[in-house]
Design a binder for this molecule. Sequence first.
Ligand SMILES: [Zn+2]
Length: 487
Amino acid sequence: MSSGGTSPSTASVVRKRVVTLALGVGFLGGLGIPAAGADVAAAAPGPQTVVQEQAPSLPSGRTTYRTITEYNDEMLALSARHPGLVKHITLPHKTRQGREVYGIEVTHDVGAADGKPVLLMMGVHHGNEWPSGEHTMEFAYDLIGNDGKDPRITRLLDTARVIFVPVVNVDGFVINRRTSCGVSPTCASNAGVDINRNYPFGWGSNAGSNATTRGPGPGSEPEVQNIMDLTKNNQVTVLITNHTSGHTVLRPPLEKRAGDAPDEAVYAALTDAITAENGYTGMKSGFDYETTGETPDWSYYATRGLGFTFEIMKTQSTNNTYSEVIEDYTGTGRYEGKSNREAFMVALEYAADPAAHSVITGKAPKGAVLKVTKDFDLWTAPIRQAGDVLDPPQRVPTHLESTLVAPTNGKFAWHVNPSVRPAPAYTETGVVATGPGNFIKESWTLTCARPTGEVLETVHVTVDRGEKVDVRLQECKTRFNGNGPKN
Ligand SMILES: [Zn+2]
């Protein structure tokens, strides 16, 4: 575990300001020493000094909800203003209504394929859960604005990459409704698809969904495919999907019958560290209410990166007042002392911590293109159709692939998820609870290639959580430089 809980907070989110109304008093305020401000005011005779509560502020300074245009413009502006730190991304699939979905990546030397572990953070899977996009965006501002000023954040941006997609369900967001457009070309239907019931792992059991809201097939929706592609093509060691509401931090399983995650002890410990900061209640998702087809169960069972749903805001309201959005992020007002910002920081520290994932080290020729890949099947649940007809589970072929380019000195340290995969409860023959410690011993396939794509060497790497494996790519080196035996 990281030491996030004990690190000093450097968030400048709330300040008490001592205002001096007369000469000779309130010198503490003049020196910028705010801690005892209130006491000074209380103890001071006469009316010379008053203490004003400065409104707590978000990293961006915003005081109202963003529109989709504002989200998109701000992400473009951030990448233009911080070219080495912020990279603008367009996700591969347009929404059902043909809108682009955008995000940003944040890390030092952001353009490099450098093998850093990734925290993936998202908002607005549900189009009417506006605060979820705001917290996502504000954490991006927080990291960007504090880079080079706050040593903790600066260090984390040396060692981890953070990918932000503040609005996943753009079609739903622009009409302020939970579901996406679905297959209705005009979005006229009230139904649409609940894209947080469309992820393929365990899909189809109808827990918390039905044949309409879950979508026509497992992972059928472009908005879901965007997030699956990001997750499969990066080493996402921690995933946070922000929603509203209830102040809970949810982890697998979505359905009780699926049993605890094979990494339940690790999951529970990180949940505790997160909820110690934001004051939310940590729980297994199925014990809140049961569903299938949500993001974190799919991402965990596909990658072994730890996925969480954050239900931010205490109570559900489409239009939670913006002051509540600010207070929940900054730990002020009604949420005094417990901030979601610090919870995000704990998650980021964990995402960056090599002891919590795996590392492949080695040396490759400068400019060689390394890939790790993995292919396996996941399964839906037995699929419940109309009239309670049960169709057999559907196979979900799953391909993970990420890339690193060997740097000038050839030495690399690739932060990856373990190759050893959690045994899934959803199988070809039905649901069989797995439980703690139940893993499938698989390997990463690592290839070393020329930039043209010609593969020069292939090795298989088996690596578990917390382990480091060194690979020798001697054949690649010899052939890359063209002075060794050809075959
Ligand atoms: Zn939601």
